[in-house]
Write a protein that binds this ligand. Structure first.
Ligand SMILES: [Fe+2]
Length: 144
């Protein structure tokens, strides 16, 4: 799968660059193909502590706040990532079947590295890309 990265805001799109960035509205020319835009564990079978602190754990939850919705929750990560002023998770971008649906910003020292979203869809693959200000972008996924 081809990965495109917006050089203005860091937003990632799959397969093709959009006419305008869905986060910062920059034109298509701001996107560059970048196979390295999303970090991957060197050995997926043996995750390091660093991998476990960055790969989002995505799961389906039941909050009961909105009728008929499917709730998805993402935590960074299996070992909770720090949220201090110098090292923090700045945002999580959500995708459904590789199409961008939402960015959730997090403030260091105030927010925990976790977000949730209320979806109307009840099938598909949810992908979450988190951005660590020091260690870059990491991806987690979950099949609804
Ligand atoms: Fe980090």
């Amino acid at each position: 799968m081809t990965v495109f990265e917006c050089k203005v805001c860091g937003h990632i799109e799959f397969n093709e660059a959009p006419e305008n960035c869905l986060v910062c509205r920059s034109p298509q020319t701001a996107f560059q193909e970048n196979a390295e835009a999303i970090k991957r564990p060197a050995d997926p079978e043996n995750l390091t502590e660093g991998d476990k602190k960055h790969i989002p754990i995505v799961q389906k939850t039941a909050c009961g706040l909105v009728a008929g919705c499917t709730d998805v929750h993402a935590t960074v990560g299996e070992i909770e990532h720090v949220m201090d002023a110098k090292h923090f998770i700045g945002y999580l971008d959500y995708y459904l079947d590789y199409k961008f649906i939402s960015r959730i910003w997090l403030s260091p020292e105030v927010c925990k590295p976790a977000t949730s979203l209320h979806l109307a869809a009840d099938t598909g693959k949810v992908i979450v890309i988190e951005h660590c200000n020091v260690h870059g972008n990491w991806m987690g996924e979950f099949d609804l």
